[in-house]
Design a protein around this ligand. Structure first.
Ligand SMILES: Nc1ncnc2c1ncn2[C@@H]1O[C@H](COP(=O)(O)OP(=O)(O)OP(=O)(O)O)[C@@H](O)[C@H]1O
Length: 271
């Protein structure tokens, strides 16, 4: 059974090379975790007392300002970061998709990169061999797939990475913003694959600043603020509190239709 249980977890980053004399005692900025200057080494408190339980079928969006702790929370949920205090128990195969470029080698071919990246995301070699043709077709990269990755443009790399990412079968899928930052035309083509990917994942946590993607992929949400969980609830409720207005007010007919096809409950109003 897939599950994540985080209890009273903190993540601190001690900064050994900070110019501590120039740090103000109180940080007044709105962005980022709290910087403690009490000890000799300044400490950024990226996550503060996080308690959350996630189960199969949960589709959780993470929202919040820059530096609020979304990416750090995803890394905690994936087991990449251990909590400084508290606990995090993760059961299930995790596919962390934080940076589309991670796990790509510029010196080997597109085909080889498809295999390597798939293995990195928890697939077996056999599974990847069965999917490589489908991925190749989706990317439309043709003969370039036999060329080293360093010969690709940025957009071509994104096509390759998105092709692989959307072909995997994760139990726990942790997605960071980056995936929404790709070229709009290609994202449209990738959108159906992305929605399918999310539907066959046991559990999704998705950090994003884009309402339409959140509405399409998630049903509940967490609002992070200065490393704390400020609010947890249905996606509609959390986005309304975070943005100050109902996200469904200005939704385009096209997005509304896609959301309705994906999870009608959320559209009917607040689960
Ligand atoms: N490796 C690190 N070393 C030191 N501080 C870090 C590190 N990673 C994150 N932080 C700090 O932790 C806090 C939370 O950062 P995080 O990247 O989780 O925010 P975020 O909500 O994902 O932001 P964004 O929306 O800008 O991506 C910030 O104050 C940041 O400066």
């Amino acid at each position: 059974m897939v599950s994540i249980d985080v209890s009273n977890a903190y993540v601190d980053f001690p900064i050994f090379d900070a110019k501590s004399r120039s740090l103000k005692k109180k940080v007044l900025g709105k962005v980022g975790g709290k910087i403690g200057t009490e000890s000799r080494v300044p400490i950024i408190e990226a996550l503060h007392d996080i308690t959350i339980s996630l189960r199969e079928g949960d589709r959780v969006g993470l929202v919040g300002h820059n530096g609020a702790g979304k990416s750090t929370l995803l890394r905690l949920l994936s087991g990449i970061y251990e909590p400084t205090r508290g606990s995090a128990r993760i059961k299930g195969r995790v596919a962390p998709v934080f940076d589309l470029g991670v796990g790509m080698d510029p010196e080997i071919s597109g085909y080889e990169n498809i295999m390597i990246r798939g293995l990195y995301l928890g697939m077996t070699r056999k599974q990847m061999e069965q999917r490589v043709d489908d991925i190749a077709e989706f990317t439309e990269l043709g003969d370039y797939l036999s060329m080293p990755l360093r010969t690709y443009s940025t957009g071509m790399r994104v096509r390759l990475a998105l092709g692989v990412v959307t072909s995997i079968d994760p139990e726990i899928l942790l997605l960071d913003e980056g995936i929404g930052a790709v070229d709009a035309a290609f994202l449209n083509k990738a959108r159906d694959r992305l929605v399918d990917l999310v539907h066959r994942s046991g559990l999704l946590v998705f950090a994003s600043h884009q309402d339409d993607l959140l509405l399409e992929l998630c049903t509940s949400a967490v609002w992070m603020d200065e490393g704390r969980m400020k609010l947890r609830g249905s996606l509609r409720e959390v986005l309304t509190a975070y943005k100050g207005k109902d996200p469904f007010e200005n939704i385009s007919a096209e997005v509304a239709e896609r959301i309705a096809a994906g999870h009608p409950v959320a559209v009917k109003g607040g689960e």
